[in-house]
Design a protein around this ligand. Sequence first.
Ligand code: SF4
Length: 315
Amino acid sequence: MTRSADLTAGCRLCPRECLNIPSEEQPGRCHVPRAAGFFRVARLMDHPWEEPYISGSKGSGTVFFSGCSLGCLFCQNEAISHRAHGETMRSDQLLQAMEDLAARQVHNLNLVTASHYGDHLSRLLPVLKQRLKKRGRLIPVVWNSSAYEKTDMLAALADSESVDVFLPDLKFFDPELSGRLAAAPDYFVRASQAILAMHRLRPDHQFSDDGLLLRGLALRHLVLPGAWRDSLTLIDFIAANLPPDTPVALMRQYTPPTNARLREQIGAIMPRLLHKVTSYEYDKVCEHAEKRGLKRLLFQEPASADSRFTPDFTG
Ligand code: SF4
């Protein structure tokens, strides 16, 4: 059971454990209020640029939630994660919007950064699935997260059959790095526990005949400029703790921020983040993953580091 239903003593849904009661005037560290029955959503779209086993040929029905409980300084979607751009939707409106999105023949529903709504969604998604089943459009639900999450919330999502595929992005190993870039020195401790729980909850991979992931765990890792050694340690963790056929996407799509305020902030903390990842750094990480025996690796071309691939959240 998640422990967030009673918010009178603050919110403890995620590892931040905010002491205030998250409201419109005083949101928690996730930047959005957490009133039951309300969500803030930035965009719903068919997403063609996720991994091939998620986007397939028809796209992934993606719901970008506003706010984020991790809030990395360099976030590519900072308009929605830091500044919480988006619209407030009641749960019945979100339900209808997700049903409409599923009707567009997308391969799955892909919930991006929804951890701060995990308790509400573990009640809403079973209703959605019932409705989709009645319409003959029951498709997998993908939980696309930062992995900075509590295991009891993940268990609630899995036990209620709300989520079929866990798709976490394992970001940092070094507590000093995660402390500087996300104010979360406990990131790896929390994220590694979360990923091992996801594996226990969805231990087997099920793929469709055309290669789409229907159920299971798939990982991502964004290689950061100046931090490739941290990436190697994360790969060691994956190789030592998860089956070698776990899908792992090694991403080189990091793009330096264009916002002047962020550039100044990031430049003061880690100037290498004002540049893209080099081929030397990215290749080091890829070679290490192959050496450690990971069998289902996905790589990206240098051209992927382009802000044109980041959805627009300003409209
Ligand atoms: S979900 Fe939001 S309000 Fe709740 S503990 Fe996490 S950051 Fe704080």
